[in-house]
Design a protein around this ligand. Sequence first.
Ligand SMILES: Cc1cc2nc3c(=O)[nH]c(=O)nc-3n(C[C@H](O)[C@H](O)[C@H](O)COP(=O)(O)OP(=O)(O)OC[C@H]3O[C@@H](n4cnc5c(N)ncnc54)[C@H](O)[C@@H]3O)c2cc1C
Length: 478
Amino acid sequence: MFEKFDILVIGAGPGGHAAAVWAARHGTRVAIIERQGWGGTCTHRGCIPTKALLACSRRYAQMKNLGRMGVSVADPSFDFAAMKRHQEQIVKISSLGVQKSLKETGVEMKSGEGRIISPGEVEWTAPDGRRERLSARNLVIAWGSEPALPPGVQPSERILTSDGLLSLRTLPESLLIVGGSVIGVEFATLFAELGVRVTLIEMMGQLLPGEEGEAAALLARELKNLRVAVHTGMRMETIRETGSGVQLLAVSDAPGAETRQAQDPPGAHPPDKGNGDPYGIRPAGTLDLSADYALICTGRRPRFSAEELNALGIRHERRGIVVDARQMTNVPGIYAVGDVTGGMMLAHRAMQQGKGLAARLCSGREIRCPEEAVPSVVYTHPQIARVGLTEEEALRKGIAEIHRADFAANITARTVLLGPGFVKLLFDREKLAGATIAGDQAGELIAPLSLAMAAGLDRRQLEEWIIPHPTLSEVLGL
Ligand SMILES: Cc1cc2nc3c(=O)[nH]c(=O)nc-3n(C[C@H](O)[C@H](O)[C@H](O)COP(=O)(O)OP(=O)(O)OC[C@H]3O[C@@H](n4cnc5c(N)ncnc54)[C@H](O)[C@@H]3O)c2cc1C
C-alpha cells in the first residue's frame, strides 16, 4: 500500500520549505523529505552561518572605531571558538524554526533520501535503510545547489569550498580566496576583520561582476582598507597543497596587471614572496601566492542527477531544471523550485517560487515571483544591494534617468558614522527600473525599493512617499 499525499516535496531548503508550509496551510496533505539538514543550504552552509559570523566580526571591527564618538573600549579582543558557538547556535535556532513551522502546519516530515520513480511516485529511504513507496498527485523538486569547482580542482584538507571553510574550528593566519563574487567578498570581509591576511583573486576586471562598477569599486576600496590584497583580472592557473598550506599560481590575460598592483594602497598586504618583489609579479603578469588555506568560490551548480532526470524525461540544462513561469517542468505533475532551476541562486527567490507554486496548486491564486523585483544583497561591510537594472545595463538600454544620493548628505549616516555609501535610482520613462545601494544597511534599504519595483511605481508615486526624519531611509527620498 502506497502512502498517498496531495503534494510531496523533496528537499527542505527555503524553496521546499515554503512550498510545503504554504500548501499545508490550504488544508492539503503534504509530505517533505530531507536527507541532510532541515533548512537546507541556507540554514546550514549558506545565509545563516555566514551572517552569524559576519555579525561577530562586524562588532569586533566597530569596537575598534568608537573613539570618534567618545567611547573607549580597552583592548578589544575576540574568541574565535565563542564565535563558532554563536554560529552553531544560530544555525540550530534557524533549523528548529523550519521544523517547528512544518510540524505546526501539519506537514509530514520524513528524514532521508527521496528518489522519483515515476510521475506521482517516490521511493523514500529512511536513515536506517528502510524503504517505502510514497505517492502524490504533485511532486516538487527542491534539491538546491552545490559548489562548482574549476576542472581538475578537488576539495582537500586545505583547499576548501564554502562548506569546508564554515567548518574550520581554528582561525587561519592567511587565506587565499579564488573568486570575487558574493561568497568570496563576504568571506574576505569576515576573515580580514578578524585579522587574517586575505588575498583575493578575481578573473574579471572588477569584484562582483554583474554589479555596478561604482559599487564594486567602493567595496574594493573598503576591502583594501581592511588590508585585503585584491587582484582583479587574475585567473587561477594551478593550485596545490603543500605540507603546511596551499600554493597558487594566477595569470593575467590582460596587459597592465603590474600597473594595477602598483596602485594598491600602502595598507594592502603583499603576498609573502621573499624575493624582493612584494607581489611576486613576473614579467608575464603572473602571481605566485601562498597561504594556510584556500577558499574556492568560483560558482555553484544545481544539484541533480542527470540520469534520474533523463529516466523521467525531465528537461534540464547545465544551468538547471527547465521550468516555466509556473515552476512546471515538461512532465505533468512534476514541478521544481529554487536553486535547482538555475538563475539567481537566492534564498528569498526560492521561497517566493515555493510559495507561489503552492498557492497556485492549492487555491488557484497567483503569487508571482517577478525576476526584476528580486533583490540581491552582498553582506560585506559596507553592503551592496540591488534590485532591477544596474546603471551600466540601463545605459546600454538607453535609459539615462538616474537619481543619485550620497550617504554623506544624510544626517543619520553622518551621526552614526556609517561611512561611505550611495543610492542610485534608475527610471525608464518615469517608471522605476532599478536601484543600487552601496553602504551600511543597504540590505534593509533595498526592501522598499523591491516593493516599488514589484508594484510598478513611478517617479511621481515615489515623490509622494513620506519618510521619517531623521533616518537613513531618507537617502531614498526624491
Ligand atoms: C556561503 C553561502 C552564503 C549564502 N548567503 C546567502 C544570502 O545571504 N542570502 C541569500 O538569499 N542566499 C544566500 N545563499 C544562497 C542560498 O543558500 C540558496 O539560494 C538557497 O539555500 C536555495 O534554496 P533551495 O531550497 O533551492 O535549496 P537548498 O537550500 O540547497 O536546499 C536543498 C535541500 O534539498 C536536500 N536534498 C537534495 N536532494 C535530496 C534528495 N534526493 N532527497 C532528500 N533531500 C534532498 C538537500 O539536503 C538540501 O537540504 C548562500 C549560499 C552560500 C553557499
